[in-house]
Design a protein around this ligand. Structure first.
Ligand code: PLP
Length: 355
């Protein structure tokens, strides 16, 4: 028996999440992972590393609670929001029997988290405008045992913000039978549209957040789950004992202080402006068919030949994210919003492609 055959059958059959880092590619400009182009420096106190950290460092919870306008008991901190997605799936779905529901094209980790745990994935295509199709979701829920629905708002990669009425309809429909998770990884780029205010109305609503995007701390690995205290307690039964390293807790706490939040939101405004001017300019190119309106720090663009554009840019040292093989996204490429200088270079390269 080979070592591969020794592994669980479902693991043998898995394809790991194709993260930007795993796909790789060498270039000068990386606009493939929705990272923030700017970093902020934080100081560390390394005199405490002989001790284990708290599972849920209090200072991090209270800093995030203050930022989100919630109580610390409504918050869980985890190793990125990816860990939270995995915990939600494992805490609420029975392997082999129950499923999650997603509306692709959307973030890839929901189905990976389910599949690695032997949990099924029900896929319900969204409407033409990329909003969830409530009738189709209800029909699918009648046929399956769905315990967790994942909506991503702003959606990665389309940039769509979920319609509040649709979300309410789904929350009411799923009351007492399933959780509705709204992944707000990019919500700082359109803060007004957070659904955090709905937590007090719907106990089955869960929101995931991260410091990886607007806060520019993807390398830190720090994410948050916002939900009813009862849900948080359940997740904390499943989480590892020490998910948050001491230096991570220090940096996260500093990043959430009001003075730093000001810097973060100034940069958010700057990136939004860069995105909007970039979108206007790119829309004028002859080989651009559609620029999706985006509420995130990225722009999804449909080209006449997306693969060719992607390869051309790569040859020019600019690494983007190709979505050509994803449902409804033929010829689409996602471009992270970088600095103004980087976006100028993207446009320059594209003008060369046009010739
Ligand atoms: C980037 C991203 C995440 C990952 O967040 P981490 O906190 O870095 O794990 C989660 N959801 C979506 C939609 C993302 O695009």
């Amino acid at each position: 028996m080979s070592l591969t055959e020794l592994a669980c059958k479902r693991v043998q059959e898995l394809t790991p999440y194709q993260s930007a880092r795993r796909i790789g590619g060498k270039g000068r400009i990386y606009l493939n992972a929705n990272e923030n182009p700017l970093s902020i420096n934080y100081e560390l106190d390394s005199g405490c590393y002989n001790r284990y950290p708290d599972c849920q460092p209090e200072e991090v919870l209270s800093a995030y609670a203050a930022y989100a306008g919630l109580e610390p008991q409504q918050i869980m901190v985890s190793r990125g929001s990816d860990e939270a997605i995995g915990l939600l799936v494992r805490t609420f779905c029975e392997p082999g029997k129950e499923q999650i529901l997603i509306c692709p094209p959307t973030y890839g980790m929901y189905s990976i988290a389910a599949e690695t745990n032997g949990i099924g994935v029900v896929k319900v295509p969204p409407r033409e405008d990329f909003q969830p199709d409530t009738a189709a979701i209800k029909a699918a829920m009648e046929q399956n045992r769905v315990k967790v629905i994942f909506f991503c708002s702003p959606n990665n990669p389309t940039g769509t913000i979920i319609d509040e009425k649709i979300l309410r309809e789904m929350l009411e429909y799923t009351k007492d039978r399933a959780l509705v998770v709204v992944d707000e990884a990019y919500i700082e780029f359109n803060s007004d549209r957070t659904v955090v205010g709905m937590l007090k109305e719907y106990s089955n609503l869960v929101i995931t957040r991260t410091l990886s995007k607007a806060f520019g701390l993807a390398g830190l690995r720090c994410g948050f789950t916002l939900a009813a205290p009862e849900i948080i307690s359940l997740l904390l039964k499943v989480i590892d004992p020490y998910p948050i390293c001491a230096p991570v807790a220090q940096v996260a706490t500093a990043a959430l202080q009001p003075k730093n939040l000001e810097i973060v939101f100034e940069r958010v405004e700057m990136l939004n402006r860069i995105r909007d001017t970039f979108a206007d300019r790119v829309a004028k190119l002859s080989f651009v068919k559609k620029v999706y309106p985006s509420s995130g720090n990225y722009s999804l663009i449909e080209f006449t030949d997306g693969e060719k554009l992607f390869d051309f840019m790569k040859q020019n040292g600019i690494i983007l994210r190709d979505f050509n093989d994803k449902p409804r996204l033929k010829n689409c490429v996602r471009i992270t919003v970088g600095t103004q200088e980087e976006m100028n270079q993207v446009l320059e390269a594209m003008e060369k492609f046009e010739k």
